[in-house]
Write a protein that binds this ligand. Structure first.
Ligand SMILES: *Cc1c(COP(=O)(O)O)cnc(C)c1O
Length: 228
C-alpha cells in the first residue's frame, strides 16, 4: 500500500466503479465517489483533490472542521458520515454540504434549526439495514415516518438513504444489504418522495453495492491506505 500513491489508488477505485457499473448495467455517471479522509492529514486530501477528487467524507467533527478551514479555498464538497451528537449539530449544520447519518427527528430538527440562512443541507436517513442491536441508524419500519418529518423541515433536503451493513466477505450478502436499502428507497418514492441517493458501498463491498443501485460509495482505505 505504501508503495502506491494516493493518485494511483484513487484511479484504481474510480476504475473499479466504472467496471462495476458496466458489469451491472449501470450508468457510471450515476455513481459518485465520496473519499473518506477521516484520520488522514490535509496533505492526503490535497493529493486526492489535485488528482480530481472533490467529494470528501469525514466522521469526527472537530478534526473535520480543522481540515475544512485549512482547505476553504478549494472547491470541496464535504460530507458528514459520522455519528451525530446533539452538541455538535450546530457545527455539522454550518460546515458540511451533506449529512449521511440522520436517524432521528430530534437530530433532524437541530440540523434544520442551525442551518437557517444557508442553502438547504442535503441529508440521507441512515438505516440500520442489518438490524444490528448496537448500531446507529433508524430501523426499516421507522424510516417512512422519519422521512415525512424531515420533509417538513425547510432547511433540510432529503436526498436518500444510507447504510453501513454488517461486514461480510460474501458478494451475495453484501449485495443483499444494498438491495434491501434500494427496496426501501423505492417504497418511499412510490409514496411520493423523490429520493435520488443510495449511499452504500465501501472499500470492500463497492461492487456489490453498485450491483444493487448504490449512487454514492464511500471509500477510505482503498484510497488513503489503512487507518491507524
Ligand atoms: C470509515 C467509513 C467509510 C470508509 O470505509 P473504508 O472501509 O475505509 O473504505 C465509509 N463509511 C463510513 C460511514 C465510515 O465511517
Amino acid at each position: 500500500m505504501s508503495e502506491q500513491t494516493i493518485k494511483t489508488c484513487l484511479h484504481n477505485v474510480n476504475t473499479r466503479i466504472i467496471d462495476a457499473a458496466q458489469r451491472f448495467g449501470r450508468d457510471p455517471q450515476q455513481i459518485q465517489l465520496v473519499a473518506v479522509s477521516k484520520t488522514k492529514p490535509v496533505s492526503a486530501i490535497i493529493e486526492a483533490y489535485e488528482a480530481g477528487q472533490m467529494r470528501f467524507g469525514e466522521n469526527y467533527v472537530q478534526e473535520a472542521i480543522d481540515k475544512i478551514q485549512v482547505l476553504a479555498d478549494k472547491a470541496i464538497e464535504w460530507h458528514f458520515i459520522g455519528n451525530i451528537q446533539s452538541n455538535k449539530a450546530d457545527l455539522i449544520a454550518k460546515h458540511f454540504q451533506w449529512v449521511h447519518t440522520v436517524d432521528n427527528v430530534r437530530h433532524a430538527k437541530l440540523l434544520n434549526q442551525y442551518r437557517a440562512g444557508l442553502p438547504p443541507l442535503q441529508v440521507c436517513i441512515q438505516v440500520n439495514i442489518s438490524n444490528e442491536p448496537s448500531k446507529g441508524g433508524a430501523l426499516a419500519h421507522e424510516v417512512m415516518d422519519l422521512a415525512h418529518q424531515i420533509q417538513r423541515l425547510p432547511n433540510l433536503k432529503l436526498r436518500g438513504l444510507m447504510a453501513i451493513p454488517k461486514p461480510s466477505d460474501y458478494f451475495e450478502e453484501q449485495a443483499n444489504a444494498a438491495k434491501a436499502l434500494h427496496i426501501l428507497k423505492e417504497l418511499l418514492n412510490r409514496r411520493g418522495f423523490e429520493l435520488d441517493t443510495l449511499s452504500i458501498g465501501m472499500s470492500h463491498d463497492l461492487e456489490a453495492a453498485i450491483s444493487e443501485g448504490a449512487t454514492m460509495v464511500r471509500v477510505g482505505t482503498d484510497i488513503f491506505g489503512k487507518r491507524a
